[in-house]
Design a protein around this ligand. Structure first.
Ligand code: KIV
Ligand code: ZN
Length: 392
């Protein structure tokens, strides 16, 4: 494993993730989630945006105090009030990181900030210099980097590194980029910055490309990925932590990178987050969705029962899911039904199984899937009809 293959995981579940509808968390909930994220092994935990609310300030302060061994980041716009508030919230952190940002695209400069490129460049550098007075570790984000003029982005990236930024984050704030384009942009910035700072990526999922873009960026030289559990975040969300991490783990042949994530905790982290916020991942969500390891089609179930890897590229235990599920529904075959009957304690003859299968398919045609009790009832019914008890 070459040291250059290490990708740092910057978790922003408690900041960008929390910024989305239905996801706000109390200080106590954030601390509970932070425990899990530390257990998971994230490198940096972005705990909040202290100027945004008293709750955010308290959460950063509480997490900074409690988790000395993990790097705790706090977000601040590129102005002194925000930076001083972030620094105050991080006062008791052993490894504080101030994450300051300003938009750099012309569209943001013209309509939102009403500032010139030169003004933004100066404010970015001043913000980084001020942040460095409070923390050794300062990250700068060029908001809307993917819609920014590349020459200007390079200029501002080099300037903030000179001002003291150790990480330069180039977000796809509006989820607009596509993998080849993002890789080209990141490759250019990595080349310009060299080893003076780590290039980081932060992708939103508006086109469903956040994970693909993040992976392409790592291949182009980025070494920090900003992401969230279950992919929560503004609008369509952020790059999903579990997906990007598992892509590295499963596809080492194509993606020879590694992270410090203990993947066996992924499912628990996802479930804890779902229990804290008001929704869970969609059932077909990769890695942690309810159906991620469920097989229903007969052909798949048959193959899976013969050899798991025919239809599974990940052993569910690797991500903390206890076992794969065979969902018995109208697409299921005899093989899976026989297995389930045996698990329920019924050893059936061929004739019995044929009859049970016939009744099972008829029932499954009317329903979405059959529960174990329903299957057991069918078996009992068939056994009674085939072997009636006769009174002497
Ligand atoms: O999406 C974005 O650009 C952000 C920055 C503040 C990093 O969340
Ligand atoms: Zn974001």
């Amino acid at each position: 494993m070459s040291p250059n293959s290490r990708v740092y995981i910057f978790d922003t579940t408690l900041r960008d993730g929390e910024q989305s509808p239905g996801c706000s968390m109390t200080v106590e909930e954030k601390v509970r989630m932070a425990h899990k994220l530390c257990e998971l092994g994230v490198d940096t935990l972005e705990a909040g945006f202290p100027i945004a609310s008293e709750g955010d300030f308290q959460a950063v302060d509480a997490i900074a105090r409690e988790f000395g061994w993990v790097q705790v980041a706090a977000l601040a716009r590129a102005n002194s009030l925000d930076i001083e508030r972030a620094a105050k919230a991080l006062e008791r952190a052993k490894r504080p990181r101030i994450h300051t940002f300003i938009a750099t695209s012309d569209i943001h400069l013209k309509y939102k900030l009403k500032k010139s490129r030169q003004q933004v460049l100066e404010e970015a550098c001043a913000a980084v210099e001020l942040a460095r007075q409070y923390a050794e570790d300062v990250e700068f984000s060029a908001e809307d980097a993917t819609r920014t003029c590349w020459d200007y982005l390079e200029q501002i990236s080099l300037a903030v590194v000179k001002a003291g930024a150790r990480t330069v984050n180039l977000p796809d704030t509006v989820g607009y980029s596509v993998p080849a384009e993002y890789a080209e942009l990141i490759g250019r910035m990595v080349k310009a910055i060299g080893d003076r700072a780590i290039v980081s990526v932060h992708c939103h999922d508006d086109l469903g490309l956040a994970v693909a873009n993040s992976l392409a960026a790592v291949q182009a030289g980025a070494r920090q990925v900003e992401c969230t559990i279950n992919g929560i975040g503004e609008r369509a969300g952020n790059c999903s932590l579990e997906e990007v991490v598992m892509a590295f783990k499963v596809r080492q042949d194509r993606l020879p990178f590694h992270t410090g994530i203990v993947t066996e905790h992924l499912y628990d982290a996802s479930r804890l987050l779902s229990s804290i916020i008001s929704f869970g991942p969609q059932p077909n969500k990769a890695i942690v969705g309810e159906n991620a390891f469920a097989h229903e089609a007969g052909i798949h179930q048959d193959g899976f029962l013969k050899e798991r890897t025919t239809y599974e590229i990940i052993d569910p235990k690797t991500v903390g899911v206890p076992e794969s599920k065979l969902v018995l529904g109208k697409h299921s075959g005899r093989h899976a039904l026989k297995n389930r009957c045996e698990a329920l304690g019924f050893q059936l003859t061929k004739e019995e199984l044929d009859k049970v299968y016939e009744k099972f398919i008829a029932a499954a045609d009317r329903k979405k899937g059959l529960r174990n009790e329903e299957i057991a009832d069918i078996v009992r019914g068939v056994l009674t009809s085939l072997h009636p008890v006769t009174a002497d």
